[in-house]
Design a protein around this ligand. Structure first.
Ligand code: ARG
Length: 295
């Protein structure tokens, strides 16, 4: 089986200053700090697993004043265009505690050959956090509500010339779409409908021809949707037996990597990794002028 066409090139942030300093999601508790050495060892284990299975990792340094910067998924949305330079739309973080991250990410991406743009920057424009946006089927599927604002969808669609399908996140514990949705290949994805309002859950299930539906408990207690896919290998923090049985029946190989220290900040494997090889024209159809479809 071929698996997923994108997801071989990742940007990550080396966790030299990872702490839980404030509370911006229900998992964070400053009384329960990560162990720095264990976190670094787990992060290195994740890098090694990605490389062993055919992925490439580029790491940028963590700012000392940005303890959540390790969750690199949220730095921005990286996209390729056939024959064109890669482009990253930098996030405009919902919470001030994370806004400085993109100030360091911008020069790093620019130095690595990416054209960069912002959907709004400090104090102006709608919030966008890239952990809410995934190419699947005919569109960029974007979760909005807790972090990304609905208005950002219009900006994204117009700027990138793609169709954006918005789904409304209502679950406080699944505050980014990547905690509830993981594309597996062209037809399949992990989907936790409990993260979304009723109309959006139905719309998302409609968009995925073969969904592997996760219960709220599976998604919240194991972070299993917060996984990444390299070809036909699914790199996961944990995998309930029922989910494993279906993935293996479909031909996926499951690789478990312990990143439990990072669960203390409310993120897992997907949050730590930012795929920058999604290609407009291959993984995401070009739609001149852009289009937004809300559930
Ligand atoms: N503490 C971080 C925050 O609340 C965790 C980010 C998790 N990242 C993700 N892509 N879901 O912003």
């Amino acid at each position: 089986m071929e698996g997923l066409a994108w997801g071989r090139r990742y940007v990550m942030v080396e966790p030299t200053h990872f702490r839980v300093e404030y509370v911006i999601n229900p998992f964070m508790d400053p009384a329960d700090q990560p162990d720095p050495a264990r976190a670094m060892a787990q992060w290195r284990g994740l890098v090694a697993a990605i490389e062993r299975h055919g992925g490439v990792v580029e790491a940028l340094p963590q700012r000392a004043d940005a303890p959540d910067m390790v969750y690199a998924m949220n730095l921005g949305l990286g996209l390729e265009r056939a024959g064109g330079a890669p482009h990253v739309v930098l996030s405009h973080m919902r919470y001030a505690e994370r806004r400085m991250e993109t100030r360091s990410a911008q020069p790093w991406f620019a130095a690595h050959g990416f054209a960069t743009s912002y959907v709004g920057s400090d104090g102006v424009g709608p919030h966008l956090e890239a952990g809410d946006a995934f190419a699947f089927g005919d569109a960029l599927i974007v979760g909005y509500g807790p972090r990304t604002e609905e208005l950002a969808l219009k900006h994204l669609a117009t700027e990138l010339g793609v169709r954006v399908r918005g789904v409304r996140i209502t679950h406080p514990g699944m505050y980014h779409l990547d905690l509830a949705f993981c594309p597996l290949d062209e037809h399949r994805a992990l989907v936790c409908p409990a993260a979304l309002d009723e109309a959006s859950a139905a719309a998302l299930l409609d968009l995925v021809p073969e969904p592997l539906v996760l219960t709220e408990e599976e998604a919240l207690t194991t972070f299993c949707a917060n996984s990444i896919v390299i070809g036909s290998t699914v790199v996961m923090p944990a995998c309930p037996d029922r989910v494993r049985a279906q993935l293996e029946e479909w031909g996926f190989e499951i690789v478990l990597v312990d990143v439990s220290e990072f669960h203390k900040g409310g993120g897992s494997i997907r949050c730590l990794t930012n795929p920058v090889d999604v290609r407009i024209g291959r993984d995401l159809p070009a739609v001149p002028g852009g289009e937004v479809v809300l559930a």
